[in-house]
Design a protein around this ligand. Structure first.
Ligand SMILES: Cc1ncc(COP(=O)(O)O)c(C=O)c1O
Length: 391
């Protein structure tokens, strides 16, 4: 049975489907990666405030290409600073590309890595900080940006959960060297599956385009860049020069049409979700639940219900109540809680390493993600608050 208060509702609207249908009604429409993808990338770049975007088939693929790009820069490997509270692909892609993930605990007000924790983990082997903006909160501080800049450490922003959030009025994803977005159904907007890699760096742009498509040189849209590769490899068919051992993570025209249609209402939806969050935080019992979040610039598709006390009995009652009343939830936030507890990291990180991250541990057991979407009504928010306050 569908939950009464689901994580997401109506994220793909009639107008998005109609736009796809109109495309399909043409004679012989292009369906593979084509002009719609290019248009979506351009519109997305403009909306975000970056020069370049590359549309891929998922947020995890955006993560993968970003780490593959870092590997081109650092074939010798090194360390990448990552959060324990994120999605698996933010850690898995670090490992897949031969880097060592180094974890930094979160700041409870933003749920992103705490800047002092990040800075404490920097060594001469640090190749990048791969920061996740968790569930719509701005994970940056001016101090962190300035210090990374001073030390020459690239910032890669994972904005898969935070479309439309800002730092000092600038959209998250336009501040780091590269950024990643997801357009999976449960996020701020959806292209069914989909993701974006964004950057202002012209060479990164060319290389990400190639990495997206088998590492092929002809995927670069810079004629000089292509010529340089072709002249360096005169014995190869110029259309089949594979520069990197790469992937096929392209998206399609269908996804791009949906993305273009969705982008038109993204800002209005962000506003509505922000109002929802405000209402939720005003109504939940601040003696039991955390309400002290960094809200400036936030853009949440989730309500974070985080218990203040580490009370194992209360949490069981809370979950039972939410199940009984049809409030869909994810314990440990969106990604399954503390990544360091997951089997894929066993043998890679020291035993019991997860215990060194107390703020993440708290969210793992006592933090919940509940759905916040544009057509969630005020009376539904009020009902959710009444239910969780009465546990
Ligand atoms: C922070 C973060 N990064 C990456 C991803 C992966 O995105 P996708 O599901 O589109 O592969 C997610 C997915 O939910 C995410 O939350």
């Amino acid at each position: 049975m569908a939950a009464k208060y689901p994580l997401m509702r109506n994220n793909i609207a009639r107008e998005d489907l109609d736009a796809v249908i109109a495309h399909l009604q043409q004679d012989d429409p292009i369906l593979t990666n084509g002009p719609q993808c290019v248009a979506f990338e351009q519109e997305w770049s403009k909306w975000l405030g970056v020069k370049y975007s590359v549309f891929v088939n998922s947020g995890a693929s955006a993560n993968l290409l970003s780490m593959a790009l870092l590997k081109i820069r650092h074939p010798e490997g090194g360390e990448v600073i990552v959060p324990p509270l994120t999605w698996i692909s933010d850690v898995a892609t670090v490992l897949q590309n031969g880097f060592t993930p180094v974890f930094a605990d979160i700041d409870p007000r933003t749920l992103a890595m705490a800047p002092d924790q990040i800075l404490a983990k920097i060594t001469d082997k640090t190749r990048a900080v791969f920061l996740t903006h968790v569930q719509g909160f701005d994970g940056l501080t001016d101090g962190l940006i300035a210090e990374l800049d001073r030390r020459g450490i690239p910032l890669i922003e994972d904005v898969c959960e935070s479309h439309g959030a800002t730092h000092n009025g600038r959209r998250l994803g336009s501040i780091g060297w590269m950024s990643n977005f997801s357009f999976y159904y449960a996020h701020h907007m959806s292209t069914i599956e989909g993701g974006m890699v964004c950057t202002d760096d012209a060479e990164v742009y060319q290389q990400i385009r190639m990495l997206r498509s088998h590492g092929m040189v002809r995927e670069s849209n810079d004629a000089d860049y292509r010529t340089a590769w072709r002249e360096a490899n005169p014995e190869l068919n110029p259309d089949f020069i594979f520069a990197y051992p790469a992937y096929n993570v392209r998206n399609t025209e269908i996804g791009a049409i949906m993305g273009r249609s969705q982008l038109k209402r993204l800002d209005a939806n962000v506003l509505r979700r922000t109002q929802n969050l405000q209402r939720f935080l005003e109504r939940i019992d601040d003696k039991r639940y955390q309400t002290d979040f960094k809200l400036e610039g936030s853009s949440n598709y989730a309500f974070n219900l985080i218990m203040k006390a580490a009370d194992p009995e209360y949490v069981q009652r809370l979950m039972a109540t939410m199940r009984e009343t049809g409030i869909e939830f994810r314990r440990g936030s969106a990604g399954g809680g503390n990544q360091l507890r997951q089997p894929y990291l066993r043998g890679i990180v020291p035993k019991d390493h997860h215990l060194a991250f107390p703020h993440t541990e708290h969210v793992h057991f006592y933090g919940f993600y509940i759905g916040n979407f544009p057509d969630l009504r005020d009376d539904e928010i009020d009902a959710i608050c009444r239910i969780v306050n009465a546990v």
